[in-house]
Design a protein around this ligand. Structure first.
Ligand code: DGY
Length: 320
């Protein structure tokens, strides 16, 4: 009997496949930083039993139709807004994601972005490297304090809580907004629940950790930026589409808010000529929230484990 076929839509280290080589045939897109073209993906899934997908792959009705043998889609991300989960469910295809293994790494990056933005680390680094440092001045590259300020976390899931733990270490007051109250987090982290508008009005740092859904699309819009303090710093480590980017550009240009730290964008990769790139008070990262070698390895292993379990007719570890 032919071994089941697993397609992996980006080049991953081949040693991670070794434990499974006797059971499965693997096919893999051969590029690490270039996504598989849609046509190639549609062709590759024709005979696939399992698919390891990236957040840049659209897993929709068309793809599911092209893949009659497909049993499982294991998305290499905790977010799964790239997948039509109900269409998959309808066709009996199990969808899995990678929660937990990336929580702390993503929160580290969120906090690094917050600190880099508040303390103008990138500007300061460029200042020296461009040989501009000639004198010292009392307010040279003066940023904003982080300690004892108020952080407002929008989306108090696992990553939101991990960001809150870091904020507590900095003596910050913690506000959060979430669909449901998190009584444990309130008790353990002294976090206070706030309505969305109240959080926007009170927070010195507004951090978006909210999953992208129909309700959260563009929640950070003109109206939201108008409610924030003019000293507020906006951080986004969730999905770019939670933000109206033109409203953000306007808010930054007109000093309605002080700065922004962004790991995610409405369109990725964002164009280097995008108006956001012209602003000194913006720190940008190319969606590297969970990108440490350890965590990305764990995420890949979790995807392969999920695929294996579903094909062996067992419960996956992290179904959606
Ligand atoms: C996720 O897992 O959703 C992250 O955005 C990937 O880094």
């Amino acid at each position: 009997m032919e071994k089941p076929l697993i397609y992996i839509s980006r080049k991953i280290p081949s040693q991670l496949l070794e434990p499974y080589q006797t059971q499965y045939q693997f096919r893999m897109w051969d590029e690490e930083e270039v996504p598989v073209p849609r046509e190639t993906l549609l062709d590759e899934v024709k005979k696939a039993d399992g698919l390891v997908s990236m957040l840049s792959d659209k897993i929709d009705e068309q793809l599911l139709l092209a893949a009659p043998q497909l049993k499982v889609v294991a998305n290499l991300a905790v977010g799964y807004d790239n997948i039509d989960v109900s269409a998959a469910k309808h066709r009996g295809v199990v969808v899995t994601n990678t929660p937990d293994v990336l929580t702390e790494t993503t929160a580290d990056l969120g906090f690094a972005l917050l600190m880099a933005t508040a303390r103008r680390i990138i500007e300061a680094n460029n200042y020296i490297k461009k040989n501009q440092w000639e004198n010292w001045g009392p307010f040279l590259l003066a940023g904003s304090d982080i300690h004892h300020k108020t952080i407002g976390i929008v989306g108090m899931g696992r990553i939101g809580e991990a960001v809150a733990r870091r904020a507590k270490g900095f003596g910050m007051s913690i506000l959060y907004h979430n669909r449901t109250r998190k009584k444990d987090a309130e008790k353990m982290l002294d976090a206070q629940y706030a309505g969305f508008d109240e959080l926007l009005q009170k927070a010195d740092f507004v951090v978006s950790v909210v999953p992208l859904t129909d309700e959260t699309r563009k929640i950070f819009n003109k109206n939201a930026f108008e409610k924030m303090k003019d000293s507020a710093i906006f951080i986004n480590i969730s999905r770019g589409a939670t933000v109206d980017e033109s409203a953000l550009v306007e808010a930054l240009k007109t000093k309605q808010i002080r700065a922004a730290g962004l790991d995610v964008f409405e369109e990725e990769p964002i164009d280097g000529t995008h108006p956001l790139m012209e602003l000194d008070n913006v720190v940008c990262l190319p969606h590297i929230g969970s990108s440490s070698v350890e965590t990305r390895t764990n995420m890949i292993e979790l995807c392969l484990d999920n695929v294996d379990r579903v094909i062996q007719r067992k419960e996956p570890v992290t179904p959606i």
